[in-house]
Design a protein around this ligand. Structure first.
Ligand code: SF4
Length: 357
């Protein structure tokens, strides 16, 4: 028994259970078999079809002959003093992308990339400066979670690595489905967050189709100023996006968040705080305040910890849920906005990655 030629060497990682079923159904294998295959793949993370339990010998032979799990190993890794780990992956076409594992007590988070580089060009972000090298497939996104050391412990996934997730919607939506499905990784949608600079039509679709959390990278409540930091403001005004977020009907526990990177004397004035409060008052949108990470391309500095706490305090006393997020992995360029800091032409990978695994 053989798969037809067009099915040759299918990568199963990144397929839904329906797609696996479509593949094996012509050979009279059942939906239950498809579920067994997807459980072995996504829950057990088995890399060899010989180890897949509960499948008939004929199905195993077919998979061995004509399919691959689609898992692939990172090429470099580096561990931070705070135990965060940054991984570099390279796909079969040579596109590179980074993943960060962030342990925090019982919480084990993976920050995944959705593109190699990015075409959004946000001012503060090294991934944008790296340029755009292509969308990642669903399998390449899921593999970042299943092929790292802590794969068996992951409780949370954030789409905040390289790339704009909502510029690669098909693959990101499908990855969210695999992460949350009972036949997939069975993670709660409450533990998955997609972060965007504000691609309005895709946000509308995401809010309707998915129950996962959504974060908007705002960084300034003033449109003209935001245009200088986040150029997509020119196309999709944040006023419309915040309106969409405020009016969204949310199922219990789903979180909408504003990410606000605080830059000293640029967006941390009383005027900014007042505008932010007037923009969000009366909504359930929460605010995450993040320190700015300078990468040496400008003379800007992060707001002081005192200023960040003051922002948080006044937001909270104004009825807006807010927190200051502590920086993780800065020493290995794994913090927010720093991914791809080692991938530029002027910087060799080995200077950035501590050792080759
Ligand atoms: S912040 Fe996000 S959307 Fe903006 S350039 Fe960086 S990766 Fe792209």
């Amino acid at each position: 028994m053989q798969f037809p030629g067009y099915m040759a060497m299918k990568n199963l990682c990144g397929m839904t259970v329906d797609e696996i079923y479509e593949l094996i159904n012509p050979y009279e294998f059942t939906y239950t078999h498809a579920i067994s295959v997807s459980n072995s793949l996504y829950k057990k993370r088995l890399k060899d079809f010989n180890d897949f339990p509960k499948i008939p010998g004929k199905l195993r032979s077919l998979l061995l002959d004509k399919a691959e799990t689609g898992f692939f190993r990172y090429t470099h890794m580096q561990t931070s003093e705070d135990k965060s780990v940054k991984y570099l992956f390279m796909n079969s076409e040579g596109r590179r992308f980074e993943t960060v594992y962030i342990p925090d007590g019982k919480r084990h988070t993976v920050c995944v990339s959705t593109q190699s580089g990015c075409r959004m060009g946000c001012h503060f972000c090294v991934s944008g400066a790296y340029g755009f090298h292509g969308n990642l497939t669903t399998g390449e996104i899921i593999n970042q979670i299943l092929s790292i050391h802590a794969a068996g412990k992951i409780t949370h996934v954030v789409f905040m690595g390289m790339g704009e997730p909502l510029d690669n919607t098909d693959n990101v939506f499908k990855a969210c489905e695999i992460l949350t499905a009972s036949w997939g990784l069975s993670l709660s949608p409450r533990n998955i967050t997609v972060s965007t600079v504000g691609i309005l039509p895709s946000m509308q679709m995401f809010l309707q189709k998915s129950d996962c959390n959504l974060t908007l990278s705002l960084h300034s409540p003033f449109a003209e100023e935001r245009k200088l930091i986040v150029p997509v403001e020119n196309k999709y005004p944040s006023a419309e996006i915040v309106k969409l977020m405020k009016e969204a009907k949310l199922r219990k526990g789903r979180r909408l968040t504003i990410a606000y990177i605080m830059i000293k004397d640029i967006n941390d004035t009383d005027k900014h705080l007042e505008k932010l409060i007037s923009l969000l008052r009366g909504s359930s949108i929460r605010v995450n305040l993040l320190p700015y990470h300078s990468v040496g391309v400008d003379d800007k500095e992060s707001s002081t910890p005192e200023k960040m706490q003051k922002f948080k305090h006044i937001l909270v006393t104004s009825g807006i849920s807010a927190s200051v997020r502590r920086s993780r992995g800065e020493d290995i360029s794994a913090a927010c906005g720093l991914l791809a800091a080692g991938l530029g032409s002027k910087c060799k990978e080995d200077q950035v990655f501590g050792f080759i695994s």
